[in-house]
Design a protein around this ligand. Structure first.
Ligand code: NI
Ligand code: MN
Length: 233
């Protein structure tokens, strides 16, 4: 499983030769100037909620690639109005099998409106299970007790958690979330993109480390491979 960071909360994940793209926000991200959204591969685009910093490049990438867009019902209606037809609508609590593995939509404590102000439905996170690895993509969310259900539901190999604070949980709450989801291998997201969510990255990594947990903060454009499970000592 290969993971490429495109900035903010946008990751490309290759699972058994299929390309999943989460929350595409590239063209308007100052920090992602070196990424060309027109070259990103996608067989599936997963959208956690309707805010611009999660959806801005979704229409153009969906049009170019023909990727299947997985999102909530209301975002699906909005995308249809933008001319996108290859959409798989879901909603919180729902699970569906795809050719790369399964997607379960889980609760995110946040808000969701579309860039034009229309209803964006409820925000979601995703639990992805595959023959390779299982992971949790939290989307934008506060720390919530509901995350305990994720830890009880399945073994999560690694998780993408927001750590920028202000609009979502910050580093300290993300560390508590690792206990709820029972996963110590975290990839941080939703930090540094705007002034409101600037963080001290080395302090964040240190805070995880002294709790016996691992926080990975990828460079924009960097690809890592998730191979054998790491034992954090
Ligand atoms: Ni948001
Ligand atoms: Mn956001």
């Amino acid at each position: 499983m290969n993971i490429t960071y495109y900035g903010h909360s946008c990751f490309g994940i290759e699972i058994n030769g299929k390309y999943l793209l989460f929350d595409p926000f590239i063209t308007h991200n100052e920090l992602a100037k070196n990424i060309d959204a027109n070259t990103i591969k996608a067989d599936y685009i997963l959208i956690s909620h309707g805010h611009e910093d999660h959806i801005a490049d979704a229409v153009s990438i969906a049009q170019r690639t023909g990727a299947l867009v997985i999102c909530n019902w209301e975002i699906h209606l909005w995308l249809k109005k933008q001319g996108i037809e290859n959409i798989h609508p879901m909603n919180t609590g729902g699970k569906k099998m795809f050719d790369f593995g399964s997607v379960k939509c889980v609760k995110a404590e946040h808000s969701s409106s579309m860039p034009d102000g229309s209803n964006g439905g409820n925000p979601m996170g995703f639990v992805i299970e595959s023959s390779d690895k299982n992971f949790y993509y939290a989307g934008d969310t506060a720390l919530t007790y509901d995350m305990k259900l994720i830890g009880e539901y399945r073994h999560i190999d690694f998780a993408f958690l927001p750590i920028g604070d202000n609009f979502t949980m910050g580093v300290d709450n993300a560390i508590i979330a690792t206990k709820f989801i029972n996963c110590n291998d975290i990839i941080g997201m939703h930090y540094d993109t705007f002034g409101f969510i600037k963080i001290d990255k080395s302090e964040a990594i240190h805070k995880f480390k002294i709790q016996g947990k691992k926080l990975t903060l990828l460079e924009i454009g960097e690809t890592i491979e998730k191979g054998a499970n790491l034992i954090i000592s």
